[in-house]
Design a protein around this ligand. Structure first.
Ligand code: SIN
Length: 520
């Protein structure tokens, strides 16, 4: 058993920002499942939305965030995001993050539902990577932070209702018990719950599942954002075609070569993401949908080097060809419910970034607000950990998490072996894509529930990473389906064919220990 002051699960933008702040007060261990560079943060292309242009810009950023969120945004959280964002970005600049500049000035692009160009980018379309690299460089210099790669969170330790650490699986397959005064989840999203996703393989919802199993409340799990434009070709990965392409003038055209967005929204290609994703799905019923940049007079290879390199493998060129696209799962607006300072419903447990649900994104996240979320709420959550004292000493009793390891290891009719585990996961992901994806209805969602119940019987068990991930994906899938079935309206990213209207009263969903409730 090891003892640290603070345990941070996840090494993306939220985890590293939090660790940096916590290191002022004690020892911090940051665990991550793969190499440090492998997080959703590092895959973020388009940029980071931040209002660096003074009060009016901040006020507009707030209004854009509110209206993209379709009536469900927590205004207090959104105000903190946009007001504290500029200061956090100044810190990044001071730590050496190199955003793209023109004549010495920061370049700003526009994306969907933003009223102004306010999105900073780096190396064209590799913004997340540049931020991750500079944050890592910074925290590596802090002696009190230990970065632990190839380490997977198994379960939280809970003693007398308080989170006191976690069990972890290390790269050699050994289980470690780490006790901490506070645990901060920053483990990102769960895109892998869907067969079609822009997310990397690590995004298996571990933090949400760990928190939920420990008894924490989760919120708004029905709101999963589908990015409208992931690359679409048989056998190809669902590589992200950044929204910044549309920000720089790309059109969306259907199989007849017609621009179609005027039929769906006055902002055309720059409408909120949920609107564009549904429009593409509908147009896509009659054939392929494409991004068209052939009319854009810019050096597109220089502006989008990563995307251009990816497309070159398929002999496609942004300036010459139509690029086939369709939506893919991208970002989870729901998560472990927290207050605006990252406090969850369990003492000792904090969460920040995509794993958390402060309500900052409401029912649909505004483009490029996610990196800013990690940066701002990572620091706020760390400040709350510090403010709360978290001095309570941990005793040596056996805690709930130890039992959870035993439970994860056992099981009667579970599938075993690598290939069978992969097949089980693939089945879950297809089920979710088919019945709990972009367009939903009660019949499909019930089908998903039955499918998940059947999968539960053969759930892979054992203390190895893929079995743990399978178990976590199953928890997250169940939360999404139950919440989606309970929300009998269409709002933001949650669209019900059988309830196409929005309710007059906006309510958040909350789930804890199998109970779904809706609260204003
Ligand atoms: C993109 O570049 O389109 C993704 C940015 C985001 O998810 O906000």
């Amino acid at each position: 058993m090891e003892q640290v002051d603070f345990l941070v699960v996840g090494a993306g933008i939220a985890g590293l920002s939090a660790a940096n702040c916590l290191s002022r007060l004690g020892s911090v261990v940051v665990v991550t499942k793969e190499e440090l560079a492998e997080s959703n943060t590092a895959y973020a292309q388009g940029g980071i939305a931040v209002a660096m242009g003074g009060d009016e810009d901040v006020a507009l950023h707030l209004e854009d965030t509110m209206s993209a969120g379709d009536g469900l945004v927590n205004r207090e959280a959104a105000a903190m995001l946009v007001e504290q964002g500029p200061q956090r970005v100044e810190e990044l600049l001071a730590w050496g993050t190199k955003f793209d500049r023109e004549n010495g000035e920061l370049m700003r692009t526009r994306e969907g539902a933003h009223s102004l160009p306010r999105i900073l980018h780096a190396n064209g379309d590799a913004t997340g990577k540049e931020i991750a690299v500079s944050l890592l460089r910074h925290v590596r210099e802090v002696d009190s932070i230990e970065l632990m790669e190839w380490t997977t969170g198994v379960d939280l330790l809970v003693e007398n209702g308080r989170v006191t650490g976690a069990t972890l699986l290390d790269g050699e397959g050994g289980v470690r018990v780490v006790r901490a005064k506070a645990v901060l989840l920053a483990s990102g999203g769960a895109g892998q719950v869907y067969s079609d996703t822009t997310n990397p393989a690590v995004a298996t919802g571990d933090g949400i599942a760990m928190a939920y199993r420990a008894g924490a409340e989760v919120s708004n799990m029905e709101f999963y954002q589908f990015h409208p434009t992931a690359f679409s070709a048989p056998g190809a990965p669902r590589f992200l075609m950044s929204e910044a392409l549309r920000g720089e003038g790309a059109y969306l055209v259907n199989a007849k070569g017609e621009r179609f967005m005027e039929r769906y929204h006055r902002l055309l290609e720059l409408a909120p993401r949920d609107v564009v994703a549904r429009a593409i799905t509908r147009e896509g019923m009659d054939g392929e949908v494409y991004l068209d940049m052939r009319h854009v007079k810019k050096d597109l290879q220089a502006r989008f080097p990563g995307i251009s390199r990816f497309l070159a493998q398929y002999r496609l060129d942004l300036g010459r060809d139509l690029i086939p696209v369709r939506p893919a799962a991208h970002y989870m607006m729901g998560g472990v419910r927290t207050d605006v300072h990252g406090r969850t419903s369990l003492p000792g447990l904090y969460a920040a970034g995509e794993v958390a649900c402060t309500g900052v994104h409401g029912a649909n996240r505004l483009a490029s607000n996610s990196l800013l979320e990690g940066l701002v709420f990572g620091v706020l959550a760390a400040e709350a950990v510090i403010a709360d004292g978290n001095e309570r000493k941990v005793d040596g009793q056996r805690a709930d998490g130890d039992l959870a390891v035993d439970r994860a290891a056992s099981g009667g009719s579970s599938v075993t072996g690598e290939a069978a585990t992969e097949r089980w996961i693939a089945e879950l992901r297809s089920l979710m894509w088919k019945y709990a994806g972009l367009l939903r209805d009660a019949e499909g969602l019930r089908q998903a529930q039955r499918g998940l119940d059947a999968l539960a019987v053969t759930m892979p068990r054992g203390i190895f990473r893929r079995a743990l991930e399978a178990r976590n994906l199953h928890v997250v899938a169940g939360l999404i389906v139950t919440s989606a079935l309970g929300r009998e309206e269409s709002r933001g990213a949650h669209y019900r064919n059988d309830f196409p209207e929005r309710n007059t009263v906006a309510r958040h969903s909350a789930m804890r220990a199998g109970e779904l409730t809706f609260v204003s």
